[in-house]
Design a protein around this ligand. Structure first.
Ligand SMILES: [Zn+2]
Ligand SMILES: [Zn+2]
Ligand SMILES: [Zn+2]
Length: 156
């Protein structure tokens, strides 16, 4: 009886075009711009790719350095209050802004959650730590708000 379970799940699998491993669709980020509504690469591959790019780019490293300085000057680490949290957020989005201007990262045209071509914002899905400043997901306002409502950990 229980053997049927795996069978029913097979339709929810997708082969990653990078690592060629077939994984559950939950292991893929959503991207409505794609035919099947999912990114071609699994989450692991996306993470590895962004990390690789990060370590390769000297401009990107320069950004991290500059912003770390600003981050420290802003007093991060001293207080764990709301204001400090806000500083993290502000610096993270400023880092994205500058990286965009310098062409270090590119802005996605559509919301990666609903696929609608709207004004998208950078969502720091990994958090606002300096090493994650440029690790963003592009989302429309609606989806962005939804994400933050889902983050019940007190994030943002
Ligand atoms: Zn993969
Ligand atoms: Zn959206
Ligand atoms: Zn966000």
């Amino acid at each position: 009886m229980t053997g049927n379970l795996a069978h029913g799940v097979s339709m929810c699998l997708k082969k990653c075009s990078r690592c060629k491993i077939t994984k559950p669709v939950t292991e893929f980020y959503k991207n409505k711009a794609q035919r099947d509504g999912l990114e071609g690469w699994c989450k692991d591959c996306s993470k590895i790719a962004s990390r690789k790019y990060y370590s390769k780019s000297p401009i990107r490293r320069e950004y991290e350095k500059n912003y770390l300085r600003e981050y420290r000057r802003a007093g991060y680490g001293n207080k764990a209050d709301y204001k400090t949290r806000n500083i993290e957020k502000i610096l993270a989005s400023r880092a994205v802004e500058r990286a965009l201007h310098a062409g270090v990262i590119t802005k996605q045209e559509v919301c990666s959650e609903c696929g609608i071509k709207l004004k998208v914002v950078a969502h720091h899905y990994k958090g606002y730590q300096p090493e994650n400043w440029l690790v963003v997901q592009w989302l429309c306002h609606k989806c962005h708000m939804k994400k933050h409502r889902k983050l019940t950990t007190g994030e943002d």
